[in-house]
Design a protein around this ligand. Structure first.
Ligand code: SF4
Ligand code: SF4
Length: 380
């Protein structure tokens, strides 16, 4: 099996880039990752860079939605990594990770946003930008297109009223975002939608108008997660169980029709996610896969095993520690038995086999794995 795989590699050496992704680099890192895995050493494969503590939106499900924007800006000025510090972090992380997800706060609010994206591109890291899309009109989109794989548009509702409610913004901002989505289409920047389903936006999924409206806004694919309620607030944004079931049934119905007839945007989250929520009221996984991604906070820290265990004893700075040191920390053991994330799509995903994991934020990577390293496809 091993020899066959090696032979397969050599046959592909001339094909350096697949869908804009450097295949040789990706395969090298996947090989290193699985060799580590074989000796029981876990290391990250996907990088998530939370570029700033600042976001111009007010989403209640997100810590960056804080209403005190002046305080948040001051925090960002005080704690956000500088351009050079981010570059040093990118250098370290790029030795392990096949893909970079750039998010925030709102990453495009950083004045050096394009410089940092170009730097990642220079390191041959494919980049997914997750953005609320409200500032895209301030960016050179033709330049952006050259340096990223696609934009994941964080669009929780396609209707003005629900959108404004979920995101805590006014109708003027909603229209600005919609205009910016058209700009992405005009400038041929690949984009898809990622939506958090809360009690405020269930109707458009139940009546399936969400899909038509997403297509009209240029999204060829969509991904969702139910909201995972925050433990630091005393309100719940999750719809009741009956409504969640209606949403799941309707999305599964749409996926069935879409598979048969095509037409609307493709749903990037597998049907199992919705089936499990229908059946068990939550997503099911044996062991949390949060260790497969390195989530770097705006100040360069990493929390082990995740943000829910936020405390100085679990926080490591990438400016001071190596990835190897951080991934050898004893706190990773917490994730071996923790199942606290019940419906959070990204954690459900990362706890699934790698090929499933790769299908969501990293389109193109799944294809490389299934074509070049099929034995990895079922690795957990
Ligand atoms: S737009 Fe995104 S980062 Fe900003 S507050 Fe909302 S969910 Fe958080
Ligand atoms: S399941 Fe537990 S360890 Fe995993 S991300 Fe959620 S809270 Fe963290």
């Amino acid at each position: 099996m091993r020899t066959m795989t090696r032979q397969k590699y050599s046959g592909h050496f001339t094909k350096i880039v697949m869908g804009g992704v450097d295949t040789i680099r990706t395969l090298k890192l996947l090989g290193k990752w699985s060799a580590n895995r074989a000796v029981g050493r876990r290391r990250p494969l996907i990088a998530v860079f939370s570029m700033t503590h600042y976001c111009n939106f007010y989403c209640p499900m997100c810590p960056f939605g804080d209403a005190d924007k002046e305080g948040q800006m001051a925090l960002a000025r005080r704690k956000d990594l500088t351009t050079e510090q981010w570059k040093a972090v990118f250098d370290k992380v790029s030795k392990y990770c096949v893909w970079a997800i750039v998010e925030g706060g709102e990453p495009t609010s950083r004045p050096d946003f394009m410089e940092l994206v170009k730097y990642l591109h220079g390191l041959k890291m494919p980049v997914t930008l997750i953005s609320n899309c409200s500032l895209l009109h301030t960016i050179d989109l033709d330049e952006l297109r050259k340096h990223i794989q696609f934009v994941t548009c964080s669009i929780d509702s396609t209707y003005e009223e629900s959108y404004c409610k979920v995101r805590g913004v006014n109708p003027h901002m909603y229209r600005r975002v919609m205009d910016n989505l058209h700009l992405l289409t005009e400038h041929k920047v690949s984009h898809y939608f990622n939506s958090v389903i809360t009690k405020y936006n269930t109707q458009e999924f139940i009546d399936q108008t969400y899909f038509d409206r997403a297509r009209e806004l240029g999204a060829s694919a969509v991904s969702f997660t139910f909201v995972e309620d925050r433990s630091d607030v005393d309100y719940s944004l999750l719809p009741d169980r009956q409504t969640m079931n209606k949403v799941c049934e309707s999305i599964l119905d749409y996926m069935g029709k879409q598979k048969e007839k095509g037409g609307g945007p493709q749903v990037m989250i597998p049907p199992e996610y919705f089936r499990q929520i229908l059946e068990h009221g939550r997503g099911i996984f044996d062991e949390c896969g949060v260790w497969k991604s390195i989530f770097v906070n705006g100040d360069g820290t990493v929390m082990v095993p995740c943000w829910k265990f936020n405390g100085p004893e679990n926080t490591y700075s990438l400016l001071e520690h190596s990835v190897d040191e951080i991934w050898s920390a004893p706190q990773w053991d917490i994730a071996r038995t923790c199942h606290d994330c019940e419906v959070l799509g990204c954690i459900w995903y990362s706890s699934q086999p790698v090929s499933t994991f790769a299908r969501n934020y990293m389109r193109g990577l799944g294809k490389i794995i299934s074509q070049e390293r099929p034995e990895l496809a079922e690795a957990v």
